[in-house]
Design a protein around this ligand. Structure first.
Ligand code: HEM
Ligand code: HEM
Length: 187
C-alpha cells in the first residue's frame, strides 16, 4: 500500500468540487486538443483560422486557471484511499500518472502561452483583456516552444488514454467502483 492509502484524513470519496473540476478540465482538454489539431490543419491564413486560434488560446488559458484551482483544492483535500486489494505497483502507477497529469494540465497551457508570445502574438483573453507579455518575440525560442507544446500534448494524450483505460478496466473487470468515484451516478 502506498502512503496515500493510509494518509491521515483520507476521505471515502471525492468532493463534489474535485469531481466537477476533474470533468470540466477533462472536457476542456478534449476540446482544446481537437481544436488544436483541426485549426493547424487549415491551409493558409483565413479569418476562420485566426478566429479558431483565438478560441484555442482562450480555452487553454481557462483550463490553466481551472487547473491552478484544482491543484490548490487537491493540496488541501485528501483523495480517497485506493480500492482495497489493489496491488502496490498499481497504486504506485496510478499515483504517478495522477501527479504527471496534474503537472501536464499546468505545463501544456503554459508552453502554448509562451509559444504564442515568442511568435510575437500577445494573448487577448476573450478579445477583451491583454494578458501579460512575459517574454519578447524570439525567433530561436519560438520553434522550440511550439515543438514542446505539441510533444507535451501527445505525452498527455498517451497518459490520459492509459488513465481512462485503467478506470474502465476497474469498473468493468474488477467491479471495484473506481470509476463511480469520479462518476457518482454509476454508484
Ligand atoms: C490544455 C490546454 C491546451 C491543449 C490541450 C492544447 C492542444 C494543442 C494541440 C493538440 C495543438 C496542435 C498541435 C499540432 O500542430 O499537432 C495545439 C496548437 C497550438 N496551441 Fe495549444 N493547447 C492548449 C493550450 C494552449 C494555450 C493556452 C495557448 C496559447 C495561449 C495555445 C496555443 C497554441 C498555438 C498557437 C498552437 C498552434 C501551433 C502551430 O502553429 O502549429 N495552446 N495546441
Ligand atoms: C484530460 C483528461 C483527464 C485528466 C487530466 C485526468 C486527471 C485525473 C487526475 C489528476 C486524477 C487524480 C485525482 C486525485 O486523486 O487527486 C484523476 C482521477 C480519476 N480519473 Fe481522470 N483525468 C482525465 C480523464 C479521465 C477519463 C476520460 C476518465 C474515465 C474514463 C477518468 C477517470 C478517473 C477516475 C475514475 C479517477 C479516480 C481514480 C481513483 O479514485 O483512484 N479520467 N483524473
Amino acid at each position: 500500500m502506498g502512503s496515500i492509502a493510509t494518509a491521515p484524513g483520507a476521505q471515502s470519496r471525492y468532493t463534489a468540487t474535485a469531481i466537477g473540476l476533474h470533468w470540466l478540465i477533462a472536457f476542456g482538454i478534449f476540446a482544446a486538443f481537437g481544436l488544436g489539431l483541426y485549426m493547424t490543419g487549415i491551409p493558409g491564413f483565413t479569418p476562420t483560422k485566426l478566429k479558431l486560434f483565438s478560441w484555442h488560446k482562450w480555452l487553454g488559458v481557462t483550463i490553466f486557471v481551472l487547473a491552478v484551482l484544482r491543484v490548490l483544492w487537491r493540496a488541501t483535500h485528501a483523495a480517497p484511499a485506493v480500492a482495497p486489494g489493489t496491488p502496490a505497483w498499481q497504486a504506485r502507477a496510478a499515483a504517478g500518472a495522477h501527479h504527471l497529469l496534474y503537472l501536464l494540465i499546468l505545463v501544456v497551457p503554459v508552453t502554448g502561452y509562451f509559444y504564442s508570445l515568442a511568435a510575437g502574438v500577445p494573448v487577448v483573453y476573450l478579445g477583451l483583456w491583454k494578458l501579460p507579455v512575459l517574454i519578447e518575440a524570439n525567433e530561436t525560442l519560438s520553434p522550440i516552444l511550439k515543438a514542446t507544446h505539441i510533444w507535451l500534448n501527445y505525452l498527455m494524450a498517451t497518459i490520459v488514454a492509459v488513465h481512462a483505460a485503467a478506470a474502465i478496466k476497474h469498473q468493468v473487470i474488477d467491479r471495484d467502483g473506481t470509476l463511480a468515484r469520479m462518476i457518482p451516478f454509476l454508484r
